[in-house]
Design a protein around this ligand. Sequence first.
Ligand SMILES: C[S@@+](CC[C@H](N)C(=O)[O-])C[C@H]1O[C@@H](n2cnc3c(N)ncnc32)[C@H](O)[C@@H]1O
Length: 235
Amino acid sequence: MTATTGPDPDDHASPAVLPRGVRTYKPRRSRPTARASQALARGSWALLPMPAGRLDLSAEFGHGVPVVLEIGFGDGLATAALAEREPERGVLAIDVHTPGVGELLARIEASGLRNVRVVEGDALVLLERSVDPSSLAGVRTFFPDPWPKARHHKRRLVRPAVADLVRDRLAPGGWWHLATDWADYAESMRACLDSAPGWSGGPVPRPVDRPVTRYERRALAAGRSVTDLVYRTEA
Ligand SMILES: C[S@@+](CC[C@H](N)C(=O)[O-])C[C@H]1O[C@@H](n2cnc3c(N)ncnc32)[C@H](O)[C@@H]1O
């Protein structure tokens, strides 16, 4: 554990990239599964406290190891599957939902993964205050909360200020892979990233190696189609 400052369990910092008091997530009261509870109770070397200061990615993953940040990993199914396939990368995975953190820790333990670190907290706060500029190889955001009602669109994660923040934290030529099952959110993601400075990209065919999560399966069963988008920063 190499976060330079200690955990702050009462941390409710509001990200500067959102309107004051607005969050991209809603508090959920679902209970952890038995295996997630057990993983949380055991604790894990892979679980980092939400850092109050800078996070030294080289110290966590090794010097020169490309690091991918996953924002909102849910139950960690895609996180663990992709990390297993890409041992040469470090995966920094963050979500606000404690039961999901337990699920991912259980998966890490079961698969013997060494290249994943898990943080429980707000990804935007982590990006703003703890991730160095130009330090990430890529960012994944699969099925961010859609906030379909117009009055809730201000809670959507993909917005111009976040595009600027992510671009700053990515190394030149870094990528942001997004997926959503809400057509209007896909359109608004495109509009945002097409007009944000320093990005190029757009929709891509569904990458065969992106695992189908429970969330995606439910969306497909409900008749929604999925859009994958990949944008890159200037090399
Ligand atoms: C709809 S779920 C999708 C989960 C997962 N990516 C999947 O495909 O199954 C969105 C997830 O993003 C998380 N989330 C939303 N805003 C977040 C934020 N600002 N920081 C970290 N996690 C966030 C939620 O807690 C939730 O687990």
